[in-house]
Design a protein around this ligand. Structure first.
Ligand code: C2E
Ligand code: MG
Ligand code: MG
Length: 757
């Protein structure tokens, strides 16, 4: 019955214990026979021989008591004849209590029935028996036991009893059970994992002492998937794990890649952690995998590889999408400033001793006007269209474009041989703006200014090159050359200039600023029209500096305010001094944009005029157009107050800014000064002559006087007189001179040389 299924060969750890038990059984069988014989003859008086035999028996009992395996023996009627001490211990009964009893007396009924049936089978077989069952121990627990039993025979060879030993395998059973449970858990874990998990067999194994290339080649050939979960199969476009088993892992890589992965694996001591690889599923679809591998090294050979694979295609896609967004401008689709910086850094790092790189910054001129007049949507369309044109031009040339923001673009060009290449490319890019842009049916004309910096000539870092190209771009805008190569001469931010800026504060406090005066003559009457005060800085080490070398710094710091007040006060005090000498004339001072935002301006001027008792009409202030455009309302209010005092106001460098007629009309002005750029060229350039003539007419129509700057020869002077210009100023009439020399100039009445003949 129940015995049949228990008669299995116990697992290996029990074998050692079992063979001990088998050995001891034989010994016990001998004792049992001896005892039985003794029992049969007990009624007779013992002979000496029998006496000895009895002693042997006692000796043997001592021996089996020393055996730690529980043992017993019983007669064919199933009654116990004896046992060893270990048996007494497990049952918690003494030998005396056991002897003569049956299994029904010492075991619970269900178990006793099992033992009894086994006894019957053993007697029937007349041989040996091994079976597994339970035994209730004295500790109250049912232990898992392997019984090892055999029949024994009397000296005549007839079966006369049974002998048995018990091997307690409870502990081993528990461990087995635990192992089964944990293996189940582990299998379930692998099966349910969303990560692909696999084991690969390397057959034949790879010898770790071989050169790396040979190991890699051997892995490629010998590594096959031995088991895996469905998740792995799904990653590669299969449905079940079974379809993957037996395949070489190289089937899922291209050869170059598998070599790279395995080289890293070998170099890393047969492990790889979260290694990202691009692979293909069986339908040829691109997938990204994060792979972890561990090789099992035994006796200097790798025979097995464990691996996990995670499909990171989606993560990678999201990452790529984010990276695209981070690196591109959403409007034009061009790379953005962030991308440009990285790209530039990479290119600069690769620049060798002979290489050159050009960075262009292209800014659209008057783009704000497009936005203001046609709306931002039109502005956007224009930028998109322009980006396309620029891309077309650069497509064949290998330049990299980025939109830096607003209407500013940057281009990296690495194939620079000389400056001519750079100028040629600049021309090419600017030419994209020659034909108007069609913005929803409206033809929009736009121009741009380009600044260029070169590496390594102007710098070797991204920030240096960007800054230099920016400076050059502003220079191009300012002097209207359309494009300009960076030159330190025009850079207000070089190290020396920054040092200069530092000294400037001292210059204002230490009276290092000096005023030079440049005369203006009245072209109709030939009389002296007045002077323009032009500041110079008598620098303690650098000598006499022109305003272009320090005014721009003063303008970007707060220093421009005290500096300007000092100049105005000096000019007024000069007027006072000349007045004392009987010279009555006017002085024009240049006013920076910043001062037009200073509410105290009129108050200070009024105070100076009062202090030096100078007629306000003898003071003139020159304002540039840009100053007016920034905050026209505020400028108008402040200028209104100054004009009300009787101080004259003029627009300086007229023609270079973008002030509208409406703005000019609304301001309390007295004069326009035509920029010297037009005047100095008017004899050579018809266009400039037209500009000068029409400015004169325009100013007169607005009730303003016209002053021409930059008169460098008599011909220009006469031409200006001819077209009706009111006053002239320039090197031909007089260069800017210090106060003392100017005094002499006045005394000599030098202006008479320029009177009409
Ligand atoms: P600006 O007000 O247009 O001054 C005229 C500039 O043209 C002066 O240069 C003058 O020396 C120069 N110039 C005069 N005649 C001729 C000529 O025939 N040919 C040529 N090529 N140039 C001529 P400067 O003194 O270097 O001043 C440059 C600019 O610096 C001035 O331009 C003005 O904007 C600014 N500046 C000068 N003094 C002051 C000042 O006190 N305060 C402020 N805020 N700016 C000043
Ligand atoms: Mg001026
Ligand atoms: Mg000027």
């Amino acid at each position: 019955m129940a015995l049949a299924h228990s008669l299995s060969i116990p697992p290996s750890p029990a074998l050692t214990g079992l063979s001990v038990a088998t050995l001891v059984l034989d010994v016990v069988a001998v004792i049992a026979v001896v005892l039985l014989v003794r029992a049969l003859r007990s009624r007779r008086k013992l002979t000496l021989q029998e006496q000895r035999a009895r002693e042997d028996v006692l000796h043997l009992q001592n021996i089996i008591d020393a055996v730690p395996v529980p043992m017993f023996y019983k007669g064919l009627d199933g009654r116990y004849l004896g046992c060893n001490r270990a048996f007494e211990d497990v049952l918690g009964k003494s030998r005396g209590e056991i002897t003569g009893k049956t299994v029904y007396d010492v075991a619970p009924p269900d178990l006793a029935e099992v033992y009894h049936q086994a006894d019957l089978e053993l007697i029937a077989s007349q041989g040996k028996q091994v079976y597994e069952t339970k035994v209730l121990f004295a500790d109250g627990m049912r232990h898992d036991i392997i019984f090892h039993k055999a029949v024994f025979r009397d000296p005549g060879g007839a079966v006369c009893g049974m002998v048995g030993s018990m091997l307690d395998i409870s502990e081993q059973k528990r461990t087995e059970q635990h192992l089964i449970r944990s293996e189940d858990r582990y299998k379930a874990f692998i099966a349910m994992s969303t990560e692909g998990i696999w084991r690969g067999d390397v057959s034949p194994p790879v010898d770790v002492t071989m050169p790396v290339e040979e190991q890699v080649a051997a892995f490629i050939e010998n590594l096959r998937i031995a088991e895996c979960n469905d998740a792995l199969a799904r990653i590669y476009g299969f449905t079940t794990a079974g379809e993957m088993v037996g395949r070489r892992t190289r089937e899922f890589y291209d050869l170059h890649q598998v070599q790279e992965v395995l080289e890293t694996f070998v170099a890393n001591g047969y492990s790889l952690n979260d290694y990202e690889i691009r692979q293909y599923d069986r339908h040829g679809g691109e997938i990204w995998i994060s792979s972890t591998l561990v090789g099992v090294v035994e006796d200097g050979q790798v025979s097995r590889v464990w691996g996990t694979r995670r499909d990171i295609t989606e993560k990678k896609r999201q990452h790529d999408a984010l990276e695209y967004i981070a690196n591109h401008d959403s409007l034009t689709g061009l790379p953005n400033r962030f991308y440009l910086k990285n790209r530039l850094e990479a290119e600069l790092a690769m620049l060798d001793d002979h290489g050159q790189l050009a960075l262009f910054i292209l800014d659209l001129d008057r783009f704000k006007e497009v936005n203001d007049t046609l709306g931002h949507h039109a502005g956007d369309l224009l930028l998109v269209e322009f980006a396309k044109r620029l891309q077309q031009v650069l497509a064949g040339l290998g330049g990299d474009i980025a939109r830096l923001g607003g209407d500013e673009f940057a281009i990296i060009y690495t194939r620079v041989r000389n400056e001519r290449d750079v100028c040629w490319l600049a021309e090419l890019m600017l030419r994209t703006m020659h034909s108007p842009f069609d913005i929803e049916g409206i033809k929009v004309e736009i121009e741009g200014s380009l600044g260029i910096s070169l590496a390594p000539l102007h710098g070797r870092t991204t920030s240096d090159l960007l800054r230099c190209a920016d400076v050059a771009m502003y220079r191009a805008k300012k002097v209207m050359t359309r494009y300009c190569l960076y030159s330190p001469e025009h850079d207000p931010y070089t190290a020396e200039r920054l040092a200069l800026m530092h000294d400037l504060g001292g210059a204002v406090r230490n009276n290092e600023l000096v005023l030079f005066y440049q005369p203006k003559v009245d072209l109709k009457s030939g009389s002296l029209a007045g002077f323009e005060a032009l500041v110079r800085w008598n620098h303690p080490t650098n000598g006499l500096l022109l305003p272009g070398e320090f005014i721009p710094y003063a303008e970007i710091s707060e220093l421009i305010v005290p500096l300007t007040y000092q100049i105005i006060e000096r000019a007024i005090s000069q007027l006072h001094d000349w007045q004392q000498e009987g010279i009555v004339t006017t002085i024009a001072c240049n006013l920076s944009t910043r001062l037009l935002m200073d509410d105290d301006l009129s108050y200070h001027i009024e105070a100076f005029l009062a202090r030096y008792r100078v007629n306000p009409a003898h003071l003139e202030l020159e304002i540039t157009e840009t100053a007016l455009i920034t905050e026209p309302e505020r400028a108008r209010e402040i200028l209104g107050r100054i004009h009300a005092m009787g101080v004259r106001l003029s627009i300086d460098d007229f023609g270079t800014g973008y002030s509208s007629l409406a703005l000019l009309k609304s301001l309390p002005l007295n004069a326009l000064k035509i920029d010297l750029l037009f005047v100095s060229q008017m004899l050579r350039s018809e266009q400039d002559a037209i500009i000068v003539t029409s400015t004169v007419n325009l100013a007169h129509n607005l009730g303003l006087q016209v002053v021409a700057e930059g008169v460098e020869c008599r011909e220009t002077l006469e031409k200006l007189r001819e077209i009706g210009c009111d006053q002239a100023q320039g090197y031909f009439i007089g260069i800017p001179l210090c106060a003392e020399t100017t005094g002499q100039w006045i005394e000599d009445r030098r202006w008479r040389e320029f009177a009409p003949r």
